[in-house]
Design a protein. Structure first.
Length: 288
């Protein structure tokens, strides 16, 4: 039980006290390496990450069972007085010539029309279509060639880190198609929730789309063409949540970086110093 055992100021190994050029180079490299990792961790701590999850639920229960729709479509070869919007669904809704919150803008000196509409649909399978069904007099050969500028559902999301099909039909160009053909767009709508750092939630909808083009006939002759958007809702909801790395995890990473770097550097410097001393002794003939 000698008192020397309690001496915490023991002799430091020679390789840790004797300065060398190699040790200086390793020290400088370690400081630069620590600075690089520190800045990397700091940028990761400051930035927010987007975490997504899937679950089965109706996220927006306060919507009254409605989904807001934004439609913007151009028909360059159909007069505005012939263009109308019809809405149907499995709850029995059948509306021809919907006009609320809609606007028709003449194109090509009145020969064409741009239809912009903001309306709501029920959260059940159904369809809405742009057609001439609501016109007073039906044209003989309505030209349904078109360009879709926008078709979106719910709130507008403009988040850099969230990539999804919120406006999958944007830029759909059917100007070169058969003028007398009908167009069917089959939509599978997926509810989407985005929650920011403050806890505020926005409700939007992504969708996938398949389409076909055809000329329809019945026993009375050719059926008046239309642009159909047939939709169904997925029971799966996608949720995106903004999160930031916890402070304790950031501090733990910094401590691990500093401690780990100096530990590895110490081992490396010790090996180099020991090898250097052994080489000097060999040169002096002190080692057999």
């Amino acid at each position: 039980f000698s008192s020397f055992r309690f001496d915490i100021y023991r002799k430091v190994p020679k390789d840790l006290t004797q300065p060398t050029y190699t040790g200086a180079i390793i020290s400088v490299c370690c400081c630069l390496f620590i600075l690089f990792l520190f800045l990397s961790e700091l940028s990761g701590f400051i930035a927010t990450e987007i975490v997504n999850e899937l679950y089965v639920d109706d996220p927006d229960k306060d919507s009254g069972g409605k989904i807001e729709v934004n439609l913007n479509i151009s028909l360059p070869n159909l007069h505005c007085e012939l263009v109308g919007l019809d809405i149907q669904d499995e709850m029995g809704r059948h509306e021809v010539g919907h006009i609320d919150n809609s606007m028709k803008i003449p194109l090509n000196n009145g020969d064409g029309c741009r239809f912009e509409g903001h309306f709501s649909i029920n959260k059940v399978p159904g369809n809405f279509h742009v057609s001439t069904h609501s016109a007073t007099a039906q044209p003989q050969n309505p030209d349904m060639t078109h360009v879709i500028h926008k078709l979106s559902f719910g709130d507008k999301l403009q988040v850099h880190n969230v990539h999804g099909a919120f406006n999958a039909l944007e830029g759909a160009d059917k100007l070169s198609s058969n003028p007398l053909a009908s167009h069917d767009y089959i939509l599978k709508i997926v509810p989407t929730v985005y929650e920011d750092m403050s806890g505020k939630q926005r409700y939007s909808y992504q969708y996938t789309v398949a389409n076909k083009e055809y000329v329809a006939y019945s026993h009375t002759g050719r059926i008046i063409p239309a642009i159909w958007f047939r939709y169904d809702l997925s029971p799966i909801t996608v949720k995106y949540t903004e999160r930031r790395q916890p402070l304790y995890r950031f501090i733990t990473s910094i401590c691990a970086i500093i401690g780990g770097t100096f530990t590895v550097a110490g081992i490396l410097d010790s090996c180099i110093f020991t090898a250097s001393e052994a080489w000097k002794k060999i040169q002096l003939g002190k080692m057999q």
